[in-house]
Design a protein around this ligand. Sequence first.
Ligand SMILES: [Zn+2]
Length: 441
Amino acid sequence: MAALAVFCLPAGAELLAGAAARKITPKLDRPVYLAGFGNNRAATGVHDDLWARCLALRTGSEPVVICAVDLIGLFHDDVQMVRAAVPGARVIVAATHVHQGPDTMGQWGPKQTVSGLDETYNAFVVAETAAAAREAIARLTPVRMFPAAVTPPDVAAYYDDTRPPVVHDPEILSLVFRDRRGRAVATLVNWNNHPEALGSRNTLITSDYVHYTRQMLEDAGFGTAVFVNGALGGMQSPLGAKIIDPGTGQPAPKDSFRFAEIVGRYAARHVIESQKKAKSAAVDTLEYRETQARFPVANQGFLMAAKLGLFGGRKAFSDGATAAPVGYLRIAHGGTPVVEAALVPGELYPELSVGGAVCDPNADYPDALVEKPLKKMLSAPFRMLFGLANDEIGYILPKCQWDEQPPFTFGAAKRWYGEVNSTGPEAAPVLAAAFEQLVRR
Ligand SMILES: [Zn+2]
């Protein structure tokens, strides 16, 4: 058996990692429309910098680079430009989904019919993200990987799930990469929560709770911190959550930087604690697969926005559908996956990550087949999900929970929030089928 195992190993495969971070804070010498809530929220200052942060990994010849950008989302058109500027690597660009950064998608301009996009800024984001990816590759150095995962018992307190069923994918996952001297080169953090702790009235640019998560980790010697958000749809948000301030024992003040700090440091603390018990995992192969899936667009609002040119020519629609990438990342040893990640081009309902969909008879398609949850298609001991990865097509919810027509599900008097920001009821079945094929390939 040992001989067979050696035979399967690619000769000399060792894991290398490198990281880099570049600021993508916009200049305020022109109007900067903040994305994520209503229209016409112009930035008045900067609280903390926005970042493009990249982690490069390599076992064979071609590195895989995982970049996270502090933005509401980035369409695939922009991601392709980043990729073109980083030849010889597989580049992943996931948005952290901060609601306190510039409108890079065009939906949050001065009014509903006017784009909030600033092409100069998007071009700057593309250039800086590509530069961070190239720097991360240039810094590749032999490392050992330390994976950890934890589901804190009180994690539900950090979400206000405004739509039944109450389901979370609450695991806080981390990968720490340490060089030969034991020094942390980088830490990848994967958690799912909307970075909107500052609320809809804030006008200072900030990466919200993500800033505090990364800052605490970097201060604790965890190298360059790269935060990737997870299945944060329907609705995984700290906005309405009643969170106790550990400093005062009182509820944390809403819509404040203190509130964001408590959420951010909570995630960092659990990374630090769970890493204390982490064991290094051998790695000899790294693989990234991606496919373009076609998502039917039933959402008239999206079609109208495209027609008005809000997206600046991005996100082409043809034959009633738009293409978006679905990805699968696999870090393995001896043919067995150690870490796997599902890469989703939008905001996934956690039911589609970990299961728990409830098909209420009042839904529009109550008999629709329940999609197989993405993490249940994986077998690695550490299973990640990167949301808003390489594209942003909005909410992706289980088809059997789709509900635009009365009577409404769960006895609601009015329509639930979600469908209005989704391409349509077919998004989930298309995604699940595309991902299953990728994993099996
Ligand atoms: Zn969102």
